[in-house]
Each structure stands twice: as C-alpha cells, then as structure tokens.
Write a protein that binds this ligand. Structure first.
Ligand SMILES: [Zn+2]
Length: 258
C-alpha cells in the first residue's frame, strides 16, 4: 500500500479553453487556468516519483507561468528526501515533465521506448515539437541512457509491488499512466492522458494530439485500471486541490489522494 500525493509546483492563469480542447469549442475564449503537478507514491520500502516538472528558470524563460516552489522542496516537506526516490517515471517528454530529472541522480528513470524514440527521431524538429520539449533535458536523458539508468518498457510493467506503468499514447507516442495501490483502492495518475477532469469525464480529448483514437482508448484504459472514478488523478486540473484534502501545512502545494 502506498500513500499517494499530488505536488503542485506552478500554475498559469492566462490560458483559455481553446488552448486545451480538441476541435471546435463554443467557449474557446473563456478563461481556463492550468496547474502543474508531480506525484509521489510513498511506502516504507519504496518511493516512486511520477514526472519531474519544470524549473523556475524555465518558468521565467517561457513567461506567463507562476512558479510556486520546486517540487523537490515540497517532497522534502512531505518527509521524502530526493535520495529515497528509487524510480522516477516520466509519463512523457514534454518540457513540463522533465525539468528536475537531474535532482534525482539515484533514481531509475522509467519512460516508454516509443517516447524516447520519438523525441530523438526524425520528427522531433517538426511543427510545435521543439517548443513542447526541452532539448537540454532530453540531452541529459540521452547521456544518462548510456549509464544504464534509463529503463524503457514497451507497454506495461510493474516497477515495484503495487506500482505499474501502462502505455496509452494519444497525447504523445509513448505517453504512459501509472497505477498505484492505495488503501482506498487502485489509483491512476493519468498525467496528460487527461489534463483536466473534463477530458475523461466529458469524453473530450485535449488539444495537443498525437493520435486521436489512442486518446479515446486511453480514457477507457484509465477507467479500467482505476479502482473507482474518484481515484483517477487528472494531470493539470486546478480541481485536484478541491477533490482531495490538503496536506496540513502544505495548503496549495500538496494534496493527499489516498
Ligand atoms: Zn504533455
């Protein structure tokens, strides 16, 4: 059994619905703020961190993003030293999920084979992809891959007892979600397979699409993997702070999912 936390490290108020939903949206200009999270699954024997956020420097450079605090510091406030993180799962390689990988030098990095292949392959420079990724972060991952620290499942894999990754794709080629056994049942960290609850609950895919049928299939897969709908954790939704209780003393920074 694991305790599962969402750690909120940044937010962006100046975004609108039209940025976030695939296809025509009748309220495209309506404000639709976004939060940025990493997630930690903690037991006496294991700590698995899901995603690595972006850094304060990246927030400054990209603008329009309010950086609250390094997720590494909030993790420490939860009583978890970075050195205890045994696995760092990267759900995918967009810039807002790769920024703090260097802060976990002891962790095994877990990303899908098809995700690393895409971002080191012939299409990475096309369209908006250079903007969506951090070449510096990716260079670090490529270097670490030569040390054997980067493990690359091709599909589903159990990392430690009670925690598994599941390839879904859709938003990026190798997007994976993470299932965590908790006292309340199996929780699923959806990450960008459902940025907002409205994506999965309203069957409305997000606006950044690699493969639309896979996005719909991801919704179905997440619903199958989760013990109950309440244990599905959206990747970027401010509602996460409303749906789960704040960790005392860390209001606005961390909630306990289960
Ligand atoms: Zn993404």
């Amino acid at each position: 059994m694991y305790e599962l936390y969402a750690i909120r490290y940044a937010h962006r108020d100046a975004s609108v619905r039209g940025e976030h939903f695939y296809g025509h949206d009748p309220c495209a200009e309506a404000p639709y703020p976004i939060d940025y999270y990493v997630w930690a699954a903690v037991s006496p024997a294991h700590v698995v961190l899901v995603d690595a956020g972006f850094t304060a420097e990246t927030a400054e450079r990209r603008g329009n993003r309010h950086y609250l605090r390094s997720p590494v510091d909030t993790l420490a406030a939860l009583g978890v030293d970075a050195a205890r993180v045994g696995h760092l799962v990267l759900t995918h390689l967009h810039y807002d999920h790769t920024g703090h990988v260097r802060d976990f030098p002891a962790a095994t990095i877990v990303l899908q084979r098809s995700e690393l292949a895409f971002w080191t392959g012939p299409h990475a420079h096309r369209g908006a992809h250079p903007h969506l990724a951090s070449p510096d972060d990716l260079s670090y991952l490529v270097r670490e891959n030569f040390t054997g620290r980067v493990t690359q499942p091709d599909g589903d894999r159990e990392l430690v007892p009670g925690i598994s990754v599941h390839h879904v794709g859709g938003h990026t080629p190798g997007l994976q979600v993470v299932r965590v056994r908790t006292a309340a049942g199996d929780a699923v960290v959806a990450s960008d397979a459902s940025h907002f609850y409205e994506n999965i609950e309203g069957d409305r895919p997000y606006g950044i699409v690699n493969h639309l049928p896979a996005m719909y299939d991801a919704f179905d897969r997440i619903n199958t993997l989760a013990g109950s709908p309440e244990l599905i954790v959206a990747g970027h939704d401010p509602l996460v702070l409303d749906r789960y209780p704040a960790v005392p003393g860390l209001e606005g920074y961390a909630v306990r999912i289960a």
